[in-house]
Design a protein around this ligand. Structure first.
Ligand code: SF4
Length: 218
């Protein structure tokens, strides 16, 4: 079985750690919008629509000026676009008082706090974790589909950890603290390109010799 320590000693050396997220964004507001759009949608799909959307509406004020109906047109290929559009407009209303300089939206320090972020429309625990982790390097573990699958696959958590929140509580205990800030990033990229849901690429995996999951497949 692969231990968390072995995983985080080996895998970060095999991926590009400079890319903090594969979502396209131009400032902190657009990153939050991109993360909201990515719920139950792939980063690739989100990245198909966001360059044009963020060119027109990179700030809360400009998102409000775009308006709900136009926003829906931009994101209609993304799952649950109706709800997501409503949340993004509500989010923009909430943040509209924050000054921006040349479209460079930066969250005031009071938002560098999960309890504050989850009060924002459309921002759940996972979104807050990813935002804090990617934008500010906070040691939060955002549990998305890849993190969820991998830690079950490696036996790091048991069947009782059947929600992202429960998985996060377990991972915080078993992954050494020094790796928390990179946990989501490393596991997402490894899960997306190597240890994939279907047909994981075991033949070129750096963990192959340690992994029990692939024994049955050999
Ligand atoms: S050997 Fe296969 S199943 Fe095991 S970690 Fe690597 S890709 Fe995943």
């Amino acid at each position: 079985m692969i231990s968390p320590k072995q995983f985080f000693t080996i895998v970060p050396n095999t991926i590009n750690m400079n890319i903090r997220s594969e979502l396209f964004y131009v400032n902190e507001f657009t990153f939050m919008v991109a993360v909201i759009l990515s719920a139950q949608a792939t980063d690739k799909k989100v990245n198909e629509v966001t360059p044009e959307l963020f060119r027109i509406a990179p700030t809360p004020q400009k998102m409000l000026a775009l308006g709900l109906d136009e926003l829906k047109k931009h994101i209609r290929v993304i799952s649950f676009f109706n709800n997501k559009a409503k949340n993004i407009i509500a989010l923009a209303e909430k943040l509209a008082d924050i000054n921006t300089d040349n479209d460079n939206f930066i969250f005031p320090k009071k938002y560098h706090n999960r309890n504050e972020l989850v009060k924002l429309p459309g921002v759940g625990q996972k979104t807050a974790n990813v935002v804090m982790n990617v934008l500010w390097g906070a040691p939060m573990i955002g549990v998305d589909t890849h993190v969820f699958r991998l830690c079950h696959r490696y036996g790091w958590v048991g069947p009782a950890a059947n929600t992202p929140d429960k998985v996060e509580s377990e991972l915080i205990k078993i992954i050494p603290k020094k790796y928390h800030a990179i946990t989501n990033h490393v596991m997402v990229l490894f899960g997306r390109y190597t240890c994939t849901a279907l047909r994981p690429k075991c033949e070129k995996c750096p963990l192959s010799a340690l992994c029990d999951y692939n024994k049955g497949a050999k």
